[in-house]
Each structure stands twice: as C-alpha cells, then as structure tokens.
Design a protein around this ligand. Structure first.
Ligand code: 5GP
Length: 213
C-alpha cells in the first residue's frame, strides 16, 4: 500500500509464450487474485473457439473492420499471428493506465517489440517457456480447442516463437501453474515498487523532516 499522495504509474505487463505453454491460464489466475491489474482485450480476425465470448476473450472482427481500425490509428500494436490479425486497442489501455492500474497483455513477440518501442519505460515483459516440447504438444491436445492441423501448425511455429525469449526482461519456465503464477506475481510486485514509477516521494520524505523537528 502506498502512502497518501504517493502515486505510481501503471505497469504494462506483457506475457508471451508459444501456444499451450500456459500464459492464458496464468493471466486469468492473476486477474482473479489481483484487483489492480486489468487485462487488455485484443481484437482479432480469427474465428472464436468454442466457449469464447466476443468482448470477453477477444473482440472478434472481420478483416475489413480490422484494417479500417489500423488505418485509423486505433491500435497500439498489431501483428499477423498464425495467418490472422491480432491487435491491442489504444483507448482502453490508456484509460486503465490513467487510473494508476496495471495492464496485462497476452501478446506475441512482435506485439511486445512494438509496445517496447512506444512505451519503453512502462513495459515489463515475461516469456513463459514450457518444460519441453512434448509437454507443449500434450497441453495443446488436452486443451482440445484446435483441430489436429491447427495443433501441428502451432507446434511447427513453437520454436520460432521461443527463439525470441532473450528479447524479454524475464523468463519463467512453467512446470506448475501455481509456482509460475507466484513468480509472475513477484515480478509484478517488484516492478510496481521501482522508484521511477512513483511520483510524490519527495513531498512524502520532506514531510518526515518536518515531523522530526
Ligand atoms: P490464440 O489464437 O491462441 O488466442 O493466440 C495466438 C497468438 O496471438 C498468441 O501467441 C497470443 O499471445 C497472440 N496474441 C493475442 N492477442 C494479441 C495482440 O493483441 N497482439 C499480438 N501481437 N499478439 C496477440
């Protein structure tokens, strides 16, 4: 808890991983336990999976609408992933940050790179690695949300996604979701306390001196 009149800038927390490594599960759990973090709901041109709700999991758009929004400068970042377009809308992110809350992005390495270019001081990036590739494939099959072809395609792309791990501030190997969640929480807690994110500390400290006299 921060002292009164000390404010902090929100953290932009980007989580990336190959599909199936567990980042979406970790993101959802983090949202459930931490009221100060809000998820950025991406827009995409991909078809909803069974159980996915428009406006909750993604904003599902057709290609023409997505392109018109790109042309209109409405995206903070966007990229083509698995032949579909995905992007982060600028306005909701700015609204969350302006309230001093944090924003969680479940985005790929291309999006993380773009966010770093536009918000270098605010972005904290974590790459989630699976324990091994076999486990990644198991998780994709257990999830049973994608067709066999889609799973093969995603597995084929996994190593190329993983090759970007060293562009991230932190790496978490996801053996157990519970442990990985704790690690992500620790990173977030530490990042929130960085002195450069805080304003009003001088006034707070000056107050000490006056109280001592
Ligand atoms: P999925 O189709 O499995 O939901 O997501 C496929 C990939 O697209 C994942 O790696 C996910 O992180 C990424 N992705 C989701 N939303 C965005 C976004 O707004 N921007 C970018 N660059 N990637 C995204």
């Amino acid at each position: 808890m921060l002292p009164q009149n000390v404010k902090r800038r929100g953290v932009m927390l980007a989580l990336s991983s190959p599909s199936g490594a567990g980042k979406t599960t970790i993101s959802r759990l983090l949202m459930d336990i931490d009221p100060e973090i809000h998820v950025s709901i991406s827009a995409t041109t991909r078809q909803p999976r069974p159980g996915e709700i428009d406006g909750v999991h993604y904003q599902f758009l057709d290609k023409e609408t997505f392109q018109a929004m790109v042309d209109n400068g409405e995206f903070l970042e966007y990229a083509t992933v698995f032949e579909n377009m995905y992007g982060t809308l600028r306005k909701p992110v700015e609204e969350i940050l302006s309230k001093g809350h944090d924003v969680l992005f479940d985005i790929d390495w291309q999006g993380t790179q773009q966010l770093r270019d536009v918000a270098r001081d605010d972005i904290v990036s974590i790459f989630i690695l699976p324990p091994d590739l076999k486990e990644l494939e198991n998780r994709l099959r257990i999830r049973a949300q994608d067709s066999a072809e889609e799973i093969d395609y995603r597995m084929g792309r996994a190593m190329s996604e993983i090759s970007h791990y060293d562009e991230y501030h932190y790496v978490v190997v996801n053996h157990e979701v519970k442990d990985s969640l704790q690690r992500v929480q620790s990173i977030l807690e530490a990042e929130r306390m960085k002195s450069r994110r805080m304003s009003g500390l001088n006034e707070f400290i000056n107050d000490f001196k006056e109280k001592d006299i």
